[in-house]
Every structure is written in C-alpha cells, then in structure tokens.
Design a protein around this ligand. Structure first.
Ligand code: APR
Length: 258
C-alpha cells in the first residue's frame, strides 16, 4: 500500500473509531526539540547514567545534585512548544471527543497543544511534589509561591507542610506509576477499538504493554514512527515517518469532505 493510501486507510479507521486511545512517547516531542533524558546528560552530569540519577536513592544521597539536573532539563525544555504532531493530536481529539491521550512524556506539550484528556504515565516535569507526599499521594507544591529562591538557594526547596524536600513530580526508576494512571490507561486499552501509537520504541514497561492489551481484544493498532519498534509487529497500519509530518496528513484525510 502506498504511503498516501496508508494515510487514507488509517484516517478511515480513526474516523470510524468509537473508543480511541492515543499512546505517545518521546518521539512525538522530538520535533519540539525536547532532548531525551539521555541527551540531557551533559556538563556536570555527563559521566552519569540516567538510571543513577532518576531514582529516589540518588535523590536521598544528593538532593541538590538531582534537583539541579532536573532544573537543567527544565531550562532545556522551557523554550519547547508543541509541534504540528501535538496540534494534530489535539485536533483529532476535537473530532473524536472520546479519544484519550496516554503519554509517557513529562513535558506537558500535549496539554499545551490543547489536548484535554491526557493521562501522564510518568508524571510531569512542570509539577513538583513533597518527597514524602506528607499530605497524600501526590502532595503537589507550587514552588513559585515559596520563599525559596532558585537563584540563590541551591538545591531542592523545603516542603511548606513538613519541611522535607520538594522533588519533581515525575516517576523515577524503581517507583510505581501515579495512582490510578496505569489502571485507567489499562482499562481504556482493554476496551479500545483502535489504538494509535505514536513515537515510542515500545521498550519501557508497563506503558509498552498497553497496545498488546488492546490487540489481544482485537483492537486495530496504528503506529506512527520513522523507525520500526517493538509495537510494529502488531500494527495493522504502520505509517513510517515523523509525527509532525504524518499526523497533520492523517487529520487532513480524516476531515476531507467534512
Ligand atoms: N516522530 C515520531 N516518532 C519519532 C520521531 C518523530 N519525529 N523521532 C523519533 N521517533 C521515535 C523513535 O524511532 C523511537 O521509536 O520515537 C521513539 C522514542 O523512543 P524512546 O526514546 O525509547 O522513548 P519512549 O518510547 O517514549 O520511552 C521513553 O523511557 O526514557 C524513559 O521514562 C522515560 O518515558 C520515557 C521512556
């Protein structure tokens, strides 16, 4: 099937979907210039492995070092804006209001592009919480309302409730996913008739299992990725290319003649 006919066929399937789940990974933010966390290991952190830094133990051992690495990533992310792929996904949700975005990304770009219902499996770098979740899980803290000054007070700010450390509201290695997020994503994929998988290598569990949960119940899997992934084998339609180019074409094919 030619790429054009693939796009049209995928658009037809998406237009007819009743319970669509859109699962995204780091690839959907690539064209927004978001570095993967492996890309962010430069400067002070260049000799570290992400799995050494993105863990509760690393934070306990050296909270300032881990906090500063996340501040560095925030600075790298600060200029990032949604790309045409995020925008097409948000527009697709407007056409299919029941469609839910399930993302592994922590950059908040889906919401910035206008996506309403987004499940963030790995949290968000735009939020912070008390390391001890002293008021419940999660105890979110708005660091901009604290007396703490990032310019002078190095390291994590103190929790205003318990005085403990504040940390990024992201999922670290050896941590469970946010309460309810994976359960809801799993339920949605078990009930989905179509799952659109965009920009994920399909390697990191438990997110990588979600398309298989849907495929086992005869859902149609559509994948957008410039490379083959662990998901491609179960994709009924594999659209090769960057999501910033492919997704606007899919949206246009979906809305042609509307
Ligand atoms: N459009 C779509 N997909 C793309 C693009 C693009 N422009 N560029 C790259 N990709 C694809 C790559 O081919 C790859 O399959 O995006 C995928 C990115 O894979 P990973 O970097 O493994 O990201 P992801 O699958 O989201 O898993 C990352 O693991 O790094 C941890 O917790 C972190 O959530 C993160 C997860």
């Amino acid at each position: 099937m030619s790429d054009d006919s693939l796009i049209r066929e995928a658009a037809r399937v998406l237009r007819g979907s009743q319970r669509l789940v859109i699962l995204t990974g780091a690839g959907v933010s690539k064209e927004s210039g978001i570095p993967t966390f492996r890309d962010a290991l430069e400067g002070l952190w260049e000799n570290y492995d992400a799995q050494q830094l993105a863990t509760p133990d690393a934070f306990r051992r050296n909270p300032r070092f881990v906090w500063d690495w996340y501040q560095h990533r925030r600075e790298m992310m600060a200029e990032a804006r949604p790309n045409p792929g995020h925008e097409a996904i948000a527009a697709l949700q407007n056409h299919l209001p029941q469609a839910v975005v399930v993302t592994q990304n922590i950059d908040g770009l889906h919401q910035m592009a206008g996506s309403q219902d987004v499940i963030e499996l790995h949290g968000s770098l735009r939020r912070n919480k008390c390391f001890d979740n002293c008021q419940g899980n999660p105890t979110l803290i708005n660091i901009h309302t604290l007396a703490w000054n990032p310019a002078t007070d190095d390291g994590p700010p103190p929790c205003p409730h318990c005085g403990g450390w504040v940390r990024p509201d992201v999922v670290w290695f050896h941590e469970t996913l946010p309460p309810g997020a994976l359960e809801r994503a799993h339920l949605l994929c078990a009930a989905a008739d179509v799952v659109l998988v965009i920009g994920t290598s399909g390697v990191v569990q438990p997110a990588a299992n979600l398309p298989f949960v849907a495929a086992r119940r005869n859902a149609t899997i559509i994948e957008v990725n410039p490379e083959l992934s662990q998901i491609t084998a179960i994709a009924r339609y594999y659209l090769p290319g960057p999501s910033g180019e492919i997704m606007p074409q899919v949206l246009a094919a979906m809305t042609d003649g509307e």
